[in-house]
Design a protein around this ligand. Structure first.
Ligand SMILES: Cc1cc2nc3c(=O)[nH]c(=O)nc-3n(C[C@H](O)[C@H](O)[C@H](O)COP(=O)(O)OP(=O)(O)OC[C@H]3O[C@@H](n4cnc5c(N)ncnc54)[C@H](O)[C@@H]3O)c2cc1C
Length: 299
């Protein structure tokens, strides 16, 4: 706790906004989890680098959070500094055929903007409720598209320095990327897009309609709870195992889409984790397939 007092003092002096009353329920789309020790929102790359450097030098444990749309935070909370990029780091603009984004920007808003500017390549991302940094870190994807196909460069903080590199597609795989906390903090990302072939807006609207139709978007969740196992679909296995509607406390396997565990009201992280275990064990017993959570479970 001692280092948080010094850190709070440091942030006051350097004008970094922070709060001490943020819970996992406030900062994740699952809406569960206890109190975070400190929640800081640096407004530009300079402030973010200085804060990260301070934390590294002083042994302050920290976590980089985007929109918390793929995270589960323990009910007991976490004795960590959470860093969420804000201000300038949430902006985006087109520069020729390159979409330049701060890593705190909304991935969906940046994708929609690129389409409105006459480009294609990110239509699939218009329904992803995370940040650009979170999308790069997860190699987010949908409807045949993924970040890997369009990411051209990143600017990141690592080991006290700000660095810029061309993106290497081999560094990104199915829902994983080397461009991720804890190895690096992505501060900016650039995407190389193509001129619209005339169908980008329609495709984007079609994908959004499919999401509304198939996904339980009216309940808090982290999207697909499990990764797609090779040769199968997690949702189909879960449905086939008769698990639709199975619940623990306020956590429930969605009746609309079995691949989603949802918070139907008052769920705790413990409820969700217990339900995840039930789903994994039941699917394994029936199909011999062990599902791997896609949602990141923090400790
Ligand atoms: C309704 C719903 C639908 C979804 N649909 C999809 C989908 O179609 N496809 C898909 O892929 N995902 C989907 N998701 C999951 C989620 O939105 C994505 O994984 C998203 O990319 C996570 O972004 P985030 O900003 O919320 O990251 P967070 O959940 O906050 O963090 C995820 C990981 O990224 C790391 N991270 C975040 N920012 C940075 C940064 N700047 N630098 C380094 N590391 C960072 C975090 O440390 C963490 O490890 C869905 C989620 C919901 C709730």
């Amino acid at each position: 706790m001692e280092h948080y007092e010094a850190l709070a003092e440091y942030m006051k002096i350097h004008g970094v906004p922070f709060r001490e009353d943020v819970t996992g329920a406030d900062c994740t789309t699952f809406r569960t989890g206890g109190r975070i020790a400190l929640f800081a929102e640096p407004k530009d790359a300079d402030a973010a680098c200085r804060l990260l450097s301070y934390a590294d030098k002083n042994g302050v444990p920290y976590y980089l959070i985007g929109n918390g749309s793929n995270l589960l935070i323990p009910d007991e909370g976490l004795d960590k500094l959470f860093i969420k990029l804000s201000g300038e780091l949430c902006s985006f603009r087109m520069d020729g055929d390159i979409l330049k984004c701060g890593a705190g920007a909304s991935m969906a808003a940046a994708a929609k903007y690129s389409v409105s500017c006459g480009f294609m390549g990110l239509e699939w991302a218009a329904g992803i409720p995370g940040t650009v940094g979170g999308a790069v870190a997860m190699n987010a994807g949908a409807y045949g598209g993924e970040i890997k196909q369009v990411l051209s460069s990143i600017t990141y903080y690592s080991d006290g320095c700000l660095k810029h590199i061309e993106a290497d597609p081999d560094a990104l795989g199915y829902r994983r990327s080397d461009y991720s906390y804890p190895d690096m903090t992505v501060l900016e990302a650039e995407f190389k897009l193509l001129p619209d072939d005339g169908g980008a807006k329609e495709r984007m609207e079609d994908y959004s309609a499919r999401r509304r139709d198939k996904q339980p978007l009216n309940y808090p969740s982290a999207g697909s709870t499990f990764k797609r196992p090779e040769g199968h679909f997690a949702g189909a296995l879960i449905e086939g195992a008769g698990l639709k509607g199975t619940s623990v406390g306020g956590a429930c396997v969605s009746r609309k889409h079995a691949g989603f565990v949802v918070n139907t009201g008052g769920a705790t992280t413990r409820d969700i984790l217990e339900l995840i275990d039930i789903v994994r064990n039941t699917v394994y017993e029936k199909y011999g397939v062990m599902l791997e959570p896609e949602v990141k479970i923090l400790h």
